[in-house]
Design a protein around this ligand. Structure first.
Ligand SMILES: Cc1cc2nc3c(=O)[nH]c(=O)nc-3n(C[C@H](O)[C@H](O)[C@H](O)COP(=O)(O)OP(=O)(O)OC[C@H]3O[C@@H](n4cnc5c(N)ncnc54)[C@H](O)[C@@H]3O)c2cc1C
Length: 274
């Protein structure tokens, strides 16, 4: 086993990987994916990695080329969303402003259909080139069946690149909107290591509100604490283990289910959890 995966996640939690590979272009990414047991990480911003780590290769996807042609922006799946939306803005294109401040990659965002402030990846995604069973398959927006934090991607699929169809707009107006959204994030989002929202919002309800109403703001186990600012976010206050986070998650699920609502995780588990 080698380096701790924790260093490559925003939670800062997780044991070692058997191997860590960094891929800087599409060929290297496809090559690594074909070598056996592996998991691809972009920003590592939506995952909880087991304290026992991962018995395979963790691929750190850094394939981040971005190109603009007319109103279409094409990006390597390792491109950061923050870079992508700024690049679109400077090309005078609108449609990705919602992504400002989401600390993920294009690949992770397609898999999760990342979204915020009423916008989501699915609104402008044209297609994604996906490595499936050793071949590249071009999946259209419709084929990806993007819905709330869901896609039709199989666990073994890897997004290699994605193209977005945007609309012409004034760069200054797009930048102003991104500044506005970034300010809202700074106000609402807790400071510290986290994986963003832990649970999906149940239909028509806010997970954060349900958790708050169940009295969990500030609740902690070891170094894992429910944020005082946003109850759907668990913060690693220092030295939190995946076991601590799971204990908090289970306590929340139990309390909220006693009130008649089943919460489902948005975060993705990596490794073995017993
Ligand atoms: C502070 C903070 C704020 C956040 N705010 C938001 C928000 O407003 N809206 C929102 O939707 N999310 C939010 N998130 C969660 C997260 O940033 C998004 O889900 C993001 O899209 C995940 O991208 P990633 O590259 O970090 O994925 P990772 O965490 O690296 O991976 C997540 C999953 O996607 C898979 N994956 C990664 N890359 C690929 C690829 N190339 N091909 C196929 N599968 C892949 C991984 O294997 C894993 O299963 C937030 C997180 C944090 C920490």
């Amino acid at each position: 086993m080698c380096k701790n995966i924790a260093d490559f996640t925003t939670f800062g939690i997780g044991g070692a990987a058997r191997r860590i590979a960094v891929t800087e272009n599409a060929d290297a990414l496809m090559d690594e994916c074909g070598r056996g047991e592996c998991v691809v990480l972009g920003g590592g911003s939506n995952v909880l990695v087991s304290d026992d780590g991962y018995d395979g290769t963790v691929i750190l996807n850094r394939y981040a080329d971005i190109s603009v042609s007319g109103e279409t922006v094409t990006a390597g799946s390792g491109a950061r969303l923050s870079v992508l939306c700024k690049r679109a803005a400077s090309a005078g294109l609108t449609g990705l402003e919602f992504a400002v401040g989401i600390p993920g990659s294009v690949g992770g965002a397609v898999r999760m259909n990342a979204g915020a402030f009423g916008g989501s990846i699915g609104d402008s995604l044209l297609y994604a080139d996906v490595l499936r069973g050793g071949k590249i398959v071009r999946m259209t927006n419709a084929e990806l069946a993007l819905s709330y934090r869901e896609s039709a991607l199989l666990p073994s699929d890897t997004v290699i690149s994605a193209a977005f169809m945007l609309k012409r707009a004034d760069t200054e107006a797009v930048n102003a909107r991104m500044c506005e959204l970034a300010a809202i994030r700074r106000r609402l989002q807790p400071i510290g290591k986290s994986a963003g929202s832990v649970f999906k919002n149940p239909c028509g309800m806010s997970a954060g509100k349900l958790i708050d109403e169940a009295g969990f703001k500030g609740y902690s186990v070891g170094g894992a604490k429910v944020s005082d600012r946003h109850a759907n976010i668990i913060v690693n206050t220092g030295g939190a283990t995946a076991k601590d986070v799971i204990a908090v998650i289970n306590a929340i699920k139990q309390a909220v289910s006693a009130r008649g609502v089943i919460l489902k995780e948005e975060i993705i588990y990596i490794g073995e959890f017993t």
